[in-house]
Design a protein around this ligand. Sequence first.
Ligand code: IPE
Ligand code: IPE
Ligand code: MG
Length: 254
Amino acid sequence: MSETFFSQDRSFRHLAIIMDGNGRWAERRGLTRSEGHKAGVESIRQIVRAACEWRIPWLTLYAFSSENWNRPRKEIELLMALPEAYFKEELDYCIKNHIRIRVVGRQDRLPFHVRKILDNVVCQTRHNEGLQLVFALSYGGRGEIVDAAKRLMLDAEAGVIEREALDEKTFTSYLDDPEMPDVDLLIRTGGESRVSNFLLWQSAYAELYLTALMWPDFEREDLAQALRSFTTRERRFGKTSAQAPTRPLGKDLC
Ligand code: IPE
Ligand code: IPE
Ligand code: MG
């Protein structure tokens, strides 16, 4: 993978991943689901490093959905211990490599110890301009849109925004992270073909890449393969093939 590819190709800004399959990965090996989630953290480590080296501007990882609150309490507790484990190992790497950590989702539902860690890593990295690494935690796309609508209504009631001034760009500014660009490539591991309430607004025109690999088995080379697949796609955005620009940089990929 050419290291400069993504810094040259300004049309690729945002990679998003639904990291699915930790539980099945573990069960197939006679391990506990907890061990599957731990193995999943190791994959996060590898993929974040690759994204950073390959100069991907934004990476959003679906780590815990609003629907995941319906899992057994024990599993939730275990999943809530993972941010601390991850950042204990990786915060130094993130700081050294100018990675900015961001979070989307309903953080008020997260346990205090998780919020404390997230506040700390977000704050420590807030001026970094390298990889923008977003963790979607306690996140649901519909919830995000409803929250945005509530914030918008408050501004409308206060006279800050007029109904006529509302357009898609303005609405985007009310979402959890107003700076988040549209998703270019959405990867889902774990073999399912659904979006599971992930980045519904931002993925309106995302290219999809579905793989049967379970998340703990997803490695750098698999990411490279997904990115190569992206470079072969013709993104027409509703236009005809003749109107759509050809992808100029695909040849740079090895
Ligand atoms: C993804 O793996 C991690 C989270 C949803 C938190 P799963 O835990 O959903 O694993 P499977 O889909 O049961 O294999
Ligand atoms: C999606 O995986 C959520 C995350 C990866 C965090 P799930 O395993 O929760 O999704 P469903 O239940 O298969 O749709
Ligand atoms: Mg799953």
